[in-house]
Design a protein around this ligand. Structure first.
Ligand SMILES: Nc1nc2[nH]cc(C(=O)O)c2c(=O)[nH]1
Ligand code: SF4
Ligand SMILES: [Mg+2]
Length: 255
């Protein structure tokens, strides 16, 4: 039987696997190895990793459509298929214990990540795995056992996705009751708060595990939003998250 492969985002000639610091959420600042999956089941119109899903021939709109330099992506040019053993070996080469699976939506390829985690943990038990997810897919028991932390980012109306796609009751209920889950809402306008409060009530999301993060793919748009969002977090008792990697490196990939 041939080895399981992961479909990862392509960066230059290889997969987008890189060593950096966690730029967002509750583990902001922690040195980490990121592995970026290709493919997503949503299509947020402000997505900053649209090269994982905005393929030529698809109808999804994106905020950058009006930019003359913007084009949808040729699928084959932006995906690398890599056997799980090679993914694990590349992760291990950085000698860093905190590993972050992101995307795209990494849970679309859950069985392959299970194999990667098994391979790594059998070499070294100190590995810790975080998953950046949009919260629409319920993890399996086996996957869940190996993961230390979920950074769940449920999408709001501002993302442009249909409600039935972006809010999946079974999955969000799973995360709401998991002590491994933290919730990170991407906020772009003041109406978003009402929607967040509704989701908190509907799924009994634990308030102490909710972070609000400004939407922005560049420092200028982040700066506009962070000032009012910080005040709002203070006034309503939400934890705030910035996007440290955007502050440090802008919209560059692989950092
Ligand atoms: N440094 C850094 N931190 C991150 N946190 C979440 C990221 C993501 O794209 O999912 C990300 C990323 O791409 N870079
Ligand atoms: S869920 Fe994440 S990766 Fe998917 S389109 Fe939205 S922002 Fe992009
Ligand atoms: Mg990102």
């Amino acid at each position: 039987m041939s080895e399981t492969t992961l479909q990862l985002a392509r960066l230059n000639s290889g997969p987008e696997i890189f060593h950096s610091i966690q730029g967002e959420g509750v583990s902001q600042g922690v040195p980490s190895v990121f592995v970026r999956a290709s493919l997503c089941n949503l299509h947020c119109h402000w997505c900053d990793t649209d090269y994982t899903w905005n393929w030529e021939g698809t109808p999804w709109p994106h905020e950058r459509d009006s930019d003359p330099d913007y084009q949808k992506f040729k699928r084959d040019d932006y995906i690398v298929r890599l056997p799980v053993s090679q993914v694990a070996a590349q992760i291990a080469s950085y000698r860093c214990p905190n590993i972050i699976f992101t995307g795209g939506e990494p849970l679309l390829q859950e069985p392959a990540w299970c194999e990667v985690m098994q391979l790594l943990s059998s070499q070294n038990q100190t590995y810790r795995f975080e998953v950046e997810t949009n919260g629409t897919i319920c993890p399996s028991e086996g996957f869940n056992r190996m993961v230390s932390q979920y950074n769940v980012s449920p999408k709001l109306e501002n993302s442009g996705n249909k409600p039935s796609l972006r809010i999946v009751d079974e999955a969000l209920t799973f995360f709401a009751t998991s002590d491994k889950a933290w919730f990170k809402f991407v906020v772009s306008r003041s109406q978003d708060l009402e929607e967040i409060e509704q989701l908190i009530a509907r799924f009994t999301l634990p308030k102490s595990r909710i972070l609000l993060m400004p939407e922005g793919r560049d420092e200028t748009s982040l700066q506009q939003r962070r000032l009012w969002l910080v005040d709002l977090c203070r006034d309503r008792g939400f934890r705030y998250s910035d996007r440290l990697h955007i502050q440090l490196w802008g919209s560059k990939r692989g950092v």
